[in-house]
Design a protein around this ligand. Structure first.
Ligand code: NAD
Length: 483
């Protein structure tokens, strides 16, 4: 029998019960069995976390930057030592395959490695002579208490886009993990404490709306990093800004992959299958639309269909499994509604995930679904479905394929499969998206580059990670001096 873990908040270095009375059950999506109870914390819990983070700030922000970095080096080491355990926990609460969870841990660790470069990243800039005998210099400082609100689909990687760099820069941090995947965050906190992080520098408040609203409204929180769905990102952006906060809000996506006739079709198919159905399509960089150009269409579609039909579905802890469950039964039902909508709209259903034997199992499984002849007037083309559903649109030219892609209201990622440098250049110049792949399925930038898109995929100015992240979590002072 599985033990049902009672999740607690982490405030000022202590595991603390929420003062709220409501809990939500967290099931393992592969079995439906309850694994945890997560508290829906209340405003007073956020206030307690802010008080702890404020208390920790003076000492933490004054600590020599190399000393802060050394704690992150130790943390990196502990994450590496606990790699398998962390990956298994991600699979248990999120459902993605162990291989993907293992890769997610790697992406999280890379963020810690980048943040450990704080002494270089925090440097300012000087010009000794802006006029005769007059010098000028820029100095970088932390903001104070900052907060992060994360989604269910990357319980480790997304929080690691936020807190390692935020604390490396000298801020103290409050994390509000997704209430659907709250467990991994607890291990991140325990390992931070083991690495020697002082109490109050990193805090966790679990819950949903009330916690988010309390964070948005709290006058002592200086900046908010949000990653999640489009409507909530827009809401967070507007409300955080209305309360005078700096905000970066990464939102939903509808990523297109364009396949030209000169592409290596086998490579394209294996990348598209990985990008469309890996992590059950629950990735902001998932490929949800393929645009088959000209003669690429028939052979590409045949190969996609046969590769998708061979996908092994099941519990992500089974090493043979590629496609795990979606996150909740309501998400499965919502996906089934979308499949019905696609059929009603006149798209051609080539592979029906509802018919996969796994769709009858306990847990929230659906097989891969492929629609052909999808049109841009259809809801299945417009909406982010966030499930193992792939739409195929046909186009006559690269120009037409780019125009179709740019019609989407989202602009996170886009990929091109081709052997032509000229086509690559045209794609790079004309496509309206933030993260581009050339013969690559999931072009997620590494931690030292900025991560994000445009249009309804992003609200804010500075993207996550890389130099943008350093800018986001610091403020600058300019000193002009004559001696
Ligand atoms: P979500 O918007 O449901 O939840 C994200 C966070 O917001 C959670 O912590 C949740 O508790 C909170 N929240 C949810 N509803 C709220 C409300 N009404 N008011 C206040 N707070 C609320 O997102 P999700 O389903 O957990 O994550 C999937 C979404 O995240 C997808 O749309 C995906 O594309 C997006 N995502 C984007 C990126 C990116 O880099 N652009 C990365 C990962 C995920």
């Amino acid at each position: 029998m599985t033990t049902v873990h009672k999740v607690r908040n982490f405030i000022g270095g202590q595991w603390t019960n929420s003062t709220g009375t409501e809990f939500e059950t967290v099931p393992n999506p592969a079995t439906g069995a309850a694994i945890a109870q997560v508290p829906l914390s209340v405003r007073s819990d956020v206030e307690a976390a802010v008080a702890a983070a404020r208390l920790a700030f003076p000492e933490w922000s004054a600590m020599a930057v190399p000393k802060r970095a050394r704690i992150l080096f130790k943390y990196q080491q502990l994450l590496v030592e606990h790699w398998e355990e962390l990956a298994a926990l991600i699979t248990e609460e999120n459902g993605k395959s162990y291989t993907e969870a293992y890769g997610e841990v790697q992406r999280g660790i890379e963020c810690v490695e980048f943040a450990a470069g704080a002494p270089t990243l925090m440097m300012g800039a000087q010009l000794p002579d802006i006029a005769t005998g007059l010098e000028s210099g820029m100095y970088r400082y932390p903001l104070g208490v900052v907060a992060g609100i994360s989604p269910f689909n990357f319980p480790m990687m997304v929080p690691c886009w936020m807190f390692p760099l935020a604390i490396a820069c000298g801020n103290t941090f409050i994390l509000k993990p997704s209430e659907r995947t709250p467990l991994l965050a607890g291990r991140l906190a325990e390992l931070l404490q083991a690495a020697g992080l002082p109490d109050g520098v990193f805090n966790i408040v679990h819950g949903s709306r009330e916690v988010v609203n309390s964070i948005l409204e709290h006058p002592e929180i200086r900046a908010i990093s949000f990653v999640g769905s489009q409507p909530v990102a827009e809401y967070v952006y507007k409300n955080a800004a209305a309360h005078g906060k700096r905000v970066q809000a990464l939102a939903g996506a509808k990523n297109h992959s364009i396949v030209l006739p000169d592409a290596d079709l086998d490579l394209a198919v294996s990348n598209i299958i990985g990008a469309a159905f890996g992590s059950a399509g629950e990735r902001c960089m998932a490929c949800s639309v393929v645009i088959a150009v000209g003669e690429a269409a028939e052979p590409l579609i045949e190969k996609l269909k046969s590769a998708a039909a061979q996908i092994k579905i099941g519990n992500g802890m089974d090493s043979e499994v590629f496609l795990g469950p979606v996150i909740r039964s309501v998400h499965k039902e919502r996906t089934i509604d979308y499949i019905e909508t696609g059929v009603r709209e006149g798209a051609q259903l080539l592979l029906d995930g509802r018919q996969a034997p796994a769709a009858q199992m306990d847990g929230y499984f659906l097989g891969p679904t492929i629609f052909d002849r999808v049109g841009t007037e259809m809801k299945i083309w417009k909406d982010e479905i966030f499930a193992p559903v792939l739409s195929i649109v046909r186009a006559e030219s690269l120009k037409e394929a780019i125009a179709i892609t740019n019609r989407s209201e989202f602009a996170n990622g886009a990929c091109l499969y081709t052997d032509s440098a000229k086509a690559v250049r045209q794609f790079r110049e004309e496509i309206d998206a933030g993260m581009l792949g050339i013969n690559v399925g999931v072009p997620a930038p590494m931690a030292f580059f900025p991560f994000s898109g445009y249009k309804k995929s992003f609200y804010g100015d500075l993207h996550a990670n890389g130099r943008d992240g350093v800018e986001f979590y610091t403020r600058k002072k300019m000193v002009t001096a004559r001696y």
